[in-house]
Design a protein around this ligand. Structure first.
Ligand SMILES: C[S@@+](CC[C@H](N)C(=O)[O-])C[C@H]1O[C@@H](n2cnc3c(N)ncnc32)[C@H](O)[C@@H]1O
Length: 359
């Protein structure tokens, strides 16, 4: 039964503080679209290393209409994404802004984060309708910015952590991959993690799979571009139908919670693994209790979870909908329900938890 409490009178100062906070949030929402615009139009790249440019010079270098560039620059300057010098009417990027906005090899690279956020927002009317009935919206049903943004968002983190930290945190896995082993990367999306592992371990072979056919086509093209196509195969398959057996390593990067039946997928991973094999599960960092996640990282992940991950899981059979902030205890339950007997947190970063599960 709902409880009725005596209402506190409105505090005008608190009300205005809340309104001004919301002004910042609206600016940030629009700013996210402007970051994607600057990324797609090459505005950040042109500013990077250019010293400082007037809006007209930036327009000239990018071939974008000057009036749009001027307005974009002013919005970016107001948001702290570019610097503005009133004396010369010139805009520039500080070194930190240059790295975060233009260097795809930096772990601080941001455009993909914004791209997947904007893609999610573009699809939000469908999520709003689905929420009325509890229907799902499949990952494959989203706009391309979701797929590409996700790849560009996750890849810098994988570049920074996967080979030097995450795989070495697993018991004996690096040695097996160095000697030569077969590994499977389930829910691999555009295959960023699969290709990175193939590049690092030339004696091993890798099979990536995803239930989204469009992502698998792109993953195949990425493997060819990276020159590893001979040792990396990509299959269009749901996790519960990934082919093969006796894998030394099975990986899942940020996708277990997107699956409708993660327990079923865990059971299949059990069957895919060699008796001494290892399942590495990378999930968004989260505590077990809601109150542990009421912070900026949790806010972003709960947002993605509402618009992407929860609807994706609900669109599939079972529809367990773990959510992107499931936390270690829930993941442990899922993994052990799938028949794996050993489970531990191997390592973590501010954004990810890395678990090791074994038969
Ligand atoms: C957040 S993306 C992560 C993609 C990739 N692992 C990465 O790190 O870039 C989640 C992925 O899970 C895939 N997915 C969702 N449900 C799946 C299922 N049941 N079987 C296989 N893949 C699934 C989606 O198609 C999507 O590519």
């Amino acid at each position: 039964m709902a409880t009725i409490e005596q209402a506190r009178p409105v505090d005008e100062e608190r009300l205005m503080a809340f309104v001004f906070r919301a002004v910042e949030e609206v600016g940030a929402t629009l700013g996210a679209a402007l970051v994607v615009m600057g990324d797609k139009l090459g505005l950040y790249k042109a500013l990077a290393g250019a010293g400082s440019l007037t809006a007209a010079e930036l327009a000239d270098r990018t071939g974008v209409a000057e009036r749009y560039v001027r307005e974009w620059c002013n919005a970016q300057a107001a948001g702290g994404y570019v610097d503005y010098d009133p004396a010369s009417s010139r805009y520039s990027l500080a070194p930190e802004q240059t790295v975060a906005l233009t260097d795809p090899n930096s772990p601080a690279y941001l455009p993909g984060f914004f791209q997947v956020a904007i893609g999610s927002v573009l699809d939000s009317p469908r999520i709003t309708e689905a929420a009325r009935s509890g229907a799902g919206v499949g990952w494959h049903e989203h706009v391309h910015d979701v797929f590409e943004g996700c790849e560009r968002f996750f890849r810098p983190g994988y570049n920074a952590h996967l080979i030097p930290e995450w795989l070495p945190a697993l018991d004996g896995v690096v040695e097996k991959l160095e000697r030569g082993a077969t590994a499977a990367d389930l829910g691999c999306g555009h295959g960023a993690s699969t290709i990175l592992m193939a590049q690092a371990f030339p004696n091993s072979t890798f099979v990536g799979s995803d239930y989204h056919e469009g992502s698998i086509e792109i993953a195949r093209a990425r493997a060819a571009e990276a020159g590893v196509a001979e040792r990396v195969r990509f299959e269009h398959a749901a996790a519960a139908a990934h082919p093969g057996k006796d894998y030394a390593l099975v990986t899942m990067f940020d996708c277990l919670h997107d699956m409708g039946d993660p327990v079923g997928a865990a059971g299949h991973v059990h069957d895919l693994l060699a008796p001494d094999g290892t399942w590495m599960i990378v999930e968004p960092n989260a505590g077990d209790r809601i109150e542990d996640n009421l912070n900026p990282v949790g806010r972003a992940f709960y947002g993605f979870s509402t618009l992407l991950c929860t609807p994706a899981s609900l669109s599939q059979e079972v529809g367990l909908a773990l959510g992107a902030q499931a936390g270690e205890a829930r993941i442990r339950d899922v993994v052990t329900a799938g028949g794996l007997t050993r489970f531990r947190r191997a390592t973590e970063t501010p954004f990810n938890l890395v678990f090791e599960a074994r038969p």
